[in-house]
Design a protein around this ligand. Structure first.
Ligand code: UD1
Length: 456
């Protein structure tokens, strides 16, 4: 379960020290949604006017996406959680592999670049710890809109069909409701000639957020959030100001942590119906949930085993499967968690078992027999959500744990340990001087201000 990432010094240079068992109490402020902010950054490439994004989370994934945009010539101005994006002076060139490596969302720029400039050249985003993550739905959909592709030495080169000056609308039916493919095609279709209909589209809240921003920019997108999305292409999109929605996965992680530690906390701001499937499972497992305006309060009570099956929105999110499994390790009875979206998303099981849980996995279905306690130990996160699961497990353990591999955690949780400390957890980030490299030092800036990013 050791991360095989290329920055091994970062793996060892920082860790979280967590003294368990913990109880959480108080209110936690939820940051802007990572997956929204990433796609909104890609969408800003569709216009030569300024886009002002508010509530942008301070995360390394956002920093990476910012660097990709900067490489294309985009000017980024940042202040705290605000990002001003000026894509008026872009030069279309091949993006270096080092920039896109490990950031799946980098590929989502392809639709916007093709629609605005008629060409794009992006390296394949590469493998990923949680599974293969193909791009066939993106490519087939863009082909239907009139793009032509060559894939050469791992680089996807796209251009408009000969003698065409714009993409053109088409009826597209996705074979699976891919979030990224739906977003790529919406962006491309918004500047295409004529009407595009996307069937079997993904319905995630981040897609609705994208469509809301594009409509503010002058796009004509109807029925975002439904299985069939209609887009009437326009000639030009203009600038706008937009606030990123709250991160439902971050909120869900804190709620699960509270349930696991039998604690009472409030998360806000959130949009409660973005979390319906998760709240239902938390209630079923014994927690009391109170929704009020843009906040959710939870009171953790004795934990019952419940079965969970991940599914596209509005189903139970795959991104919360690992944290929920950490909760089920100490539930009363036997639970079953089925992962249906990604084929390699149960890497946390091995370490949870070493901490004392009783989990058997077969064909991506985990059977969990609840135990009374877990024991703290040294842990290494191998992907973003597994890292969160290990931290929840450390919170319910009866000894000190040290969690390494924080490069994964920092991709998607803003100031995670600071927020947990504010809720009363004994947690600190330890730095090992021996392994600290220059890039690690720049990563520690993340906690302060987006304007200190190299991407800024
Ligand atoms: C997005 C989220 C990620 C989340 C996932 C599912 C971002 C940046 N990431 O990832 O956090 O876990 O949605 O909710 O928004 N597939 C294909 N062909 C394709 C594309 C996808 O077969 O061309 C399959 C994938 O292998 C996977 C399923 O579709 O089994 C869902 O993937 P997808 O929704 O595309 O995930 P991402 O958009 O990459």
């Amino acid at each position: 379960m050791v991360c095989e990432g290329n920055n091994k010094s970062y793996l060892k240079s920082q860790n979280l020290k967590i003294i368990g068992p913990s109880t959480l109490s108080g209110e936690v402020k939820i940051s802007g949604a990572k997956n929204s902010a990433l796609v909104l950054l890609a969408a800003s490439l569709l216009t030569d006017e300024k886009i002002i994004l508010e509530n942008v989370p301070l995360l390394t994934d956002i920093e990476k996406m910012g660097n990709i945009l900067k490489n294309l010539g985009v000017k980024l101005q940042t202040q705290d959680h605000q990002l001003i994006i000026d894509s008026s002076n872009i030069s279309i060139k091949e993006l270096p592999y080092e920039l896109v490596n490990g950031l799946r969302a980098s590929f989502f720029c392809i639709g916007a670049l093709l629609a605005r400039f008629g060409q794009a050249s992006i390296p394949l985003p590469g493998g990923c710890n949680i599974g293969k993550r193909p791009i066939n739905e993106h490519i087939n959909g863009l082909k239907a809109l009139g793009a032509e592709f060559i894939i050469e030495k791992e680089i996807v080169k796209a251009k408009l069909a000969e003698k065409k000056s714009r993409l053109f609308g088409a009826n597209i039916r996705l074979n699976c409701p891919s979030v990224g493919a739906t977003e790529t095609l919406i962006m491309a279709a918004s500047l295409a000639r004529g009407r595009t209909v996307i069937e079997n589209a993904a319905r995630e809240p981040e897609i609705q957020d994208l469509c809301q921003m594009l409509n503010k920019m002058g796009a004509k997108i109807y029925d975002a959030g439904k299985e069939k999305i209609i887009i009437d292409g326009v000639q030009k999109l203009h600038g706008c100001s937009h606030k990123v929605i709250p991160d439902r996965i971050e909120a869900g992680t804190f709620l699960i942590a509270a349930a696991a530690t039998l604690s009472s906390i409030t998360v806000s701001p959130v949009i409660p119906n973005h979390l319906e499937a998760v709240l239902n499972k938390l209630e079923e497992s014994g927690s009391k949930i109170i929704k009020k305006g843009n906040s959710i309060s939870i009171r953790g009570k004795s934990i019952k085993a419940v079965d969970v099956k991940t599914a596209p929105f509005p189903g139970f999110p795959t991104d919360l499967q690992a944290p929920f499994m950490a909760l089920m390790t100490i539930a009363k009875g036997r639970s079953k968690i089925s992962e249906t979206i990604f084929e390699n998303r149960m890497t946390h099981v091995e370490l949870l078992n070493r901490m004392g849980s009783s989990i058997i996995v077969k064909n991506n279905i985990a059977q969990i027999d609840g135990v009374k306690k877990l024991k703290g130990m040294t842990l290494v996160g191998s992907d973003l959500r597994s890292s969160a699961a290990l931290i929840i497990a450390a919170l319910i353990s009866n000894r000190t744990s040290r969690v390494f591999g924080l490069d994964h955690l920092d991709r998607g949780y803003e100031s995670f340990e600071i927020k947990l400390a504010q809720l009363g957890v004994e947690i600190i980030r330890e730095f090992n001087k021996e392994f600290i490299s220059k890039s690690d030092k720049s990563k520690s800036h993340l906690k302060k201000n987006l304007s200190e990013f190299e991407a800024a």
